[in-house]
Design a protein around this ligand. Structure first.
Ligand code: DGL
Length: 218
């Protein structure tokens, strides 16, 4: 089966790794669209154009499943893509708010791009899953994905500086942090240093299971 995965850069490799663990024998293609990074600070119109270009490339390659390994592109564009390409199968990546809310955590912090935080889909995820007495704080992190994209391969000091700036006003001891951008899964260690006793989660394993389910259906 031809499975393709795209993101605005290296973030989606964390999703790809999870899928490959579960499905090692498929044929993969990955698009790291770093020239358009950050997706999280673009308008819907710009984003729709960008994701359409990616999908056209993957369609030509013969992709049978297209994994949007990006919370921003999923929360903002997946409905548009499903409407535009009803013949293709899309699997998206969403902030793992459901997973986090479905625990006894009292305080949950969601870190994501400004685009994901502002999306209608994130609002619905909150509305559908937040339990009584549970605090869920949404924190938009402008510039973080971009900084990770630029500095992940080298010295991480700029990433730590950006995190410190963004987390200055965040709740200090959340029970769970939802990593609502696939780039953030690359810097779990750095985030954990700010919150030593907090559990960090992302939706990557859930995406891998969805891809597996799609595969078995076809
Ligand atoms: N990695 C992406 C996400 O999950 C996009 C980050 C960006 O380009 O802003 O949201």
């Amino acid at each position: 089966m031809k499975i393709s995965v795209f993101d605005s850069g290296i973030g989606g490799t964390t999703v790809l790794a999870e899928i490959k663990k579960l499905l090692p024998n498929e044929e993969y293609r990955y698009i790291a669209d770093s020239k358009n990074c950050p997706y999280g600070e673009k308008s819907d119109q710009e984003l729709n154009q960008i994701v359409t270009k990616n999908v056209e490339k993957l369609k030509k390659w013969g992709a049978q499943i297209i994994v949007i390994a990006c919370n921003t592109a999923t929360t903002r564009c997946i409905s548009y893509l499903r409407q535009k390409y009803p013949e293709l199968t899309f699997v998206g990546t969403e902030p793992a708010i459901k997973l986090a809310a479905n625990t006894d955590a009292k305080n949950i912090l969601v870190l994501a791009t400004p685009g994901t935080i502002a999306s209608e889909r994130t609002k619905s995820l909150l509305k559908e899953n937040q339990k009584t007495g549970q605090n869920i704080t949404l924190l938009a992190c402008p510039g973080l994905a971009d900084t990770i994209e630029k500095h992940y391969q080298g010295d991480h000091t700029p990433i730590r500086t950006k995190l410190a700036e963004l987390l200055a006003n965040a709740p200090k001891t959340p029970d769970i942090i939802v990593l609502g951008c696939t780039h953030y899964s690359l810097i779990k260690e750095e985030i954990q240093d700010f919150f030593p006793s907090t559990k960090l989660i992302d939706g990557n394993l859930g995406v891998a299971h969805q891809v597996q389910a799609q595969l078995h259906q076809s």
